[in-house]
Design a protein around this ligand. Structure first.
Ligand code: SAM
Ligand code: SF4
Length: 325
């Protein structure tokens, strides 16, 4: 167990079609009440226990983590845990310009911003709320200015929707010192109407960029890295590709995920998590909680992506916004 992803809220100010489509996540959708969500103190306590079990990297995600009030306070608590080597945040960037300085002061060092197109019409349709590109770019700028660099940009590609945005976004990233990460549209959750024909395979995505700006493969930067990395032959930086559909990487996965209500998931595609909140709130000691987590981790046999088949297709999966990707 090396990485821990912590979802701090199930709420979001976007309605991305591939994650929380607005037809399903409308005004009357029941998000978790505050009491069901872990407090920052509960999150930090669990994080300390996970670090005892080997976690070195923590990523804060959601939902949209920046809609959770006072997020820098949580970052400060996490950054203070001995043994944590790296804290990162994944955000849609909408509220980043306003919060980048405070996050940096609190100890955040890296940020990944999701952005699916530089074209307002395409991006506005994909984010489901017509959110303008310029405000996300302003968030990215602020992050770079405050030292949250190099900023990574996550782009989910859907066939027939934003393939034509791949090259412009790659060029923007090259010119601005950003690392673009192309993500195959995944069949997470129940709501996004995933179909295999909507997936643009990673090899094709690399081909689009390589044709304009030749690329060469880079070795993984650490074992279990989910992105395959490519470098521009002219030295203008690198890109990453996350081929979870066309080339599943389950065997090397070292990731644990904590949902906003305190469930542990050992796979993005799992149907059920392990309820750590019940232990926290039921008076369990740190040692007891550690034992339960370690047991679950050792027994984990999740490898949904590798098994993806007729049998697994019908299973219920947890939603992406609940566990943060
Ligand atoms: N709200 C934040 C954001 O969008 O960056 C953090 C949470 S979001 C669930 C984390 C990442 O998952 C984002 O980069 C998003 O694009 C990606 N994602 C969501 N649904 C996806 C899907 N169906 N396939 C592939 N990636 C997806
Ligand atoms: Fe919100 Fe992120 Fe999901 Fe988009 S991908 S709906 S920004 S949680």
């Amino acid at each position: 167990m090396h990485d821990l992803r912590i979802s701090v809220t199930d709420r979001c100010n976007f309605r991305c079609t591939y994650c929380m489509p607005r037809e399903i996540f409308g005004r009357d959708y029941a998000f978790l009440p505050r009491t069901e969500i872990l407090t920052f103190e509960e999150i930090a306590r669990l994080a300390r226990i996970f670090v005892g079990l080997g976690v070195r990297k923590i990523r804060v995600t959601g939902g949209e983590p920046l809609v959770r009030k006072d997020l820098p306070d949580l970052v400060r608590q996490l950054a203070g845990i001995p043994g944590v080597e790296d804290i990162a945040l994944t955000t849609n960037g909408a509220l980043l310009a306003a919060q980048a300085a405070a996050l940096h002061d609190a100890g955040l060092r890296r940020v990944t911003v999701s952005l699916d197109s530089l074209d307002d019409a395409v991006f506005g349709a994909m984010n489901g709320v017509g959110f303008p590109v310029a405000r996300v770019l302003a968030g990215i700028d602020a992050a770079q200015r405050y030292g949250l660099a190099p900023v990574k940009v996550n782009m989910v590609v859907k066939r027939g929707v934003n393939e034509t945005s791949v090259l412009p976004l790659a060029e923007y990233a090259r010119d601005h010192g950003l690392i673009l990460r192309l993500i195959e549209f995944m069949d997470v959750g129940q709501s996004n109407g995933w179909r295999m024909q909507d997936v643009v395979p990673a090899a094709e995505l690399v081909g689009i960029i390589d044709a304009a700006h030749p690329l060469e493969p880079l070795p993984p930067s650490y074992p279990g890295e989910v992105a395959t990395r490519w470098r521009y032959r002219d030295g203008a930086g690198e890109i990453g590709v996350i081929a979870s559909v066309s080339q599943p990487f389950c065997g090397a996965c070292t990731r644990a995920r904590l949902s906003a209500k305190g469930e542990l998931y050992t796979c993005l595609f799992a149907a059920a998590g392990l309820d750590l909140r019940a232990l926290l709130r039921g008076g369990a000691t740190d040692d007891e909680i550690e034992g339960v987590i370690a047991g679950r981790w050792e027994r984990r046999a999740d490898r949904y992506s590798e098994l993806r088949s007729a049998e697994t297709r019908g299973l219920r999966h947890v939603e992406m916004f609940a566990i943060g990707g």
